[in-house]
Design a protein around this ligand. Structure first.
Ligand SMILES: Nc1ncnc2c1ncn2[C@@H]1O[C@H](COP(=O)(O)OP(=O)(O)OP(=O)(O)O)[C@@H](O)[C@H]1O
Length: 258
């Protein structure tokens, strides 16, 4: 079923100095879709991710959010427009507990949404009980309620990444940009994180653009896969179609052989 396009990269080009890194890249992410961006090392995935998330400007082309031009809009402003993202190094307050991290994120998101007005008949900021309750509920959804009172500094890498995901989700994004969310995770953590994303996708209408190296995860989660190689999209389609595409096989095997 064709859904509206939530996010699009239109004819994106990027040069670093005189070196072209992306050339005429077009990607359309439909609402409610998990769209994976894959490709061999150095293909330009992170560069495209950083352009889409507003971190760097393209040399040419546009980024569109539900049809609106958002090219070059700063990440914090994109957050306000419903775009959430993760970072390669999780952005969490290490000196605080998971609960403290999440309550700060929930209260900040609530304040942003309501601009200091009321929520559920209570003044924003003062009633920590509903925030605490909600924080706990959200950790349960992510399968990590046992971490509630733990200092973030003591957590395993995979758990920290899940906590960061909880903080990003606290902003209630409609679009989630994930750059290698499984990087550095143990196989067990990868499975847990993939489960969480699958569940979120099944239970909400969240749109996800996922850059990921773990092919098993990509083919399990994504309903659409785009493949970048040497700065060009060489294939885009359903996972099975992309998996059997000769150009995709060649791009991967060629790199492996060299
Ligand atoms: N800031 C930069 N300045 C100059 N060249 C850069 C910069 N960032 C990336 N590059 C180059 O651009 C090309 C694409 O890099 P990019 O990190 O986007 O690829 P990638 O597909 O994400 O790779 P990987 O899978 O290894 O993370 C590479 O040749 C890289 O060396």
């Amino acid at each position: 079923m064709n859904r509206p396009v939530a996010l699009a990269a239109v004819s994106i080009a990027k040069n670093y100095g005189v070196t072209p890194v992306l050339r005429d890249v077009n990607i359309s992410v439909q609402q409610g879709q998990i769209h994976a961006l894959i490709g061999p090392n150095g293909a330009g995935k992170t560069t495209l991710f950083r352009i889409i998330s507003g971190e760097i400007d393209p040399t040419a082309g546009r980024v569109q959010l539900r049809g609106d031009d958002i090219t070059g809009i700063a990440p914090r402003l994109l957050t306000k427009r419903g775009v959430g993202r993760n970072f390669q190094v999780p952005r969490v307050f290490n000196g605080l507990t998971v609960e403290e991290n999440l309550t700060i994120a929930l209260e900040a998101a609530d304040r942003w949404r309501n601009s200091g007005s009321r929520r559920d008949g209570r003044w924003v900021g003062s009633p920590r009980s509903w925030v605490r309750e909600e924080a706990h509920q959200r950790l349960e959804t992510l399968g990590i309620p046992q971490l509630f009172e733990r200092p973030v500094a003591e957590l395993a890498h995979g758990d920290r990444k899940l906590v960061e995901l909880a903080l990003t989700l606290a902003q209630e994004p409609s679009i989630l940009l994930l750059d290698e969310p499984m990087a550095g995770m143990s196989p067990d953590e990868v499975l847990r994180c993939a489960d969480v994303l699958a569940r979120l996708h099944a239970e909400t209408d969240l749109t996800v653009l996922l850059v990921e190296h773990d092919m098993e995860t990509v083919f399990r989660l994504a309903s659409q896969v785009s493949v970048l190689a040497d700065g060009v999209v060489i294939a885009s389609g359903e996972p099975d179609q992309v998996r059997s595409d000769p150009a995709v096989r060649e791009a991967y095997l060629g790199k492996a052989a060299s």
